[in-house]
Write a protein that binds this ligand. Structure first.
Ligand code: GLU
Length: 280
């Protein structure tokens, strides 16, 4: 027998208000809901609204309504509050910047002047099909004082090239990714001061006491990146459970362009959520 109490299961769902959710999101979030329920735990809803170019406030109301309609229940979130408020990432940027300060002090990150599209895009979760190419390391060895004062920089995390990262994924079994080959140095802060998805996700999952992250299998590479961030920040990573992706009849991952499969549309046509869930 072991002494001590098992930590309470704390899961989370983390929708981005950049469009209507579709059936693929609903399935992943339904799995998250069921796993929290079966562990007698708590499900947190976090509003991932850092991508200010694409976020629209009406999509927050829409996802709250659509998820509720679908049968997903959460115990903490932007609508109902909770001990880890605020639950919208745009209100948590100070926490993200504190973590960045620690990474800077430990020299785990470096300033980068490359103006690449992936710096813009870093605020979004990079789903497999739109994941960034491995960064060639242009700014890796540039002395900080070689950058003209006042020039906007992004900050990149320096990955340990060649290190094999392994974890036992609850949904996909043992996973292995190699730093520097499967992914390169990644952005943690954009030049406009917006934290990247990778940094914000780790900081918030840690601060909210999340014990298991349930999300789509297209984020497996991001999990490897995030394991490195946990380590650099001295935090224990949560367990990970990646769900298989839902595809359309051509095998293409569902995206916001699959309007017919949006929860909003399904709801409008009188679909029965119980029957939709039964088909998962
Ligand atoms: N907001 C992210 C997305 O919608 C969530 C990714 C995650 O669950 O970590 O893709």
């Amino acid at each position: 027998m072991t002494s001590g109490r098992q930590p309470v299961y704390r899961g989370r769902i983390a929708p981005s208000p950049t469009g209507h959710l579709h059936l693929g999101h609903a399935r992943t979030f339904w799995i998250a809901h069921r796993r929290a329920e079966s562990h007698g735990g708590v499900l947190v809803l976090r509003n991932e609204d850092l991508d200010r170019d694409r976020v629209r406030p009406e999509f927050v109301d829409a996802f709250l309504e659509d998820l509720w309609w679908f049968g997903i229940r959460w115990q903490e979130g932007p609508d109902c509050g909770g001990p880890h408020a605020p639950y919208s990432q745009s209100e948590r940027v100070e926490l993200h910047r504190d973590a960045l300060g620690r990474l800077q002090a430990a020299e785990c990150v470096y300033p980068c002047v490359c103006s690449r599209r992936d710096i813009q895009a870093a605020v979004r979760a990079p789903h497999a099909a739109d994941d960034e190419p491995v960064y060639p390391g242009t700014c890796r060895c540039r002395p900080v004082d070689a950058i003209p004062a006042g020039r906007p920089v992004s900050w990149r995390f320096r990955v340990p090239d060649g290190e094999v990262l392994t974890w036992n994924d609850g949904g996909q079994g043992v996973q292995t990714r190699v730093a520097g080959r499967d992914f390169g140095d990644f952005v943690v802060l954009r030049p406009d001061g917006v934290p990247s998805y990778q940094l914000a996700c780790v900081v918030d999952d840690h601060a909210m006491g999340i014990t298991e992250v349930v999300r789509g299998a297209d984020l497996l590479v991001s999990t490897a990146r995030q394991i490195l961030l946990y380590r650099a920040l001295g935090w224990e990573p949560p367990a990970f459970f990646h769900c298989p992706l839902m595809t359309d009849e051509h095998g293409v991952r569902l995206a916001k362009r699959h309007a017919a499969l949006s929860l909003r549309t399904l709801r409008g046509t009188g679909a029965d959520p119980e029957r939709l869930r039964a088909a998962f």
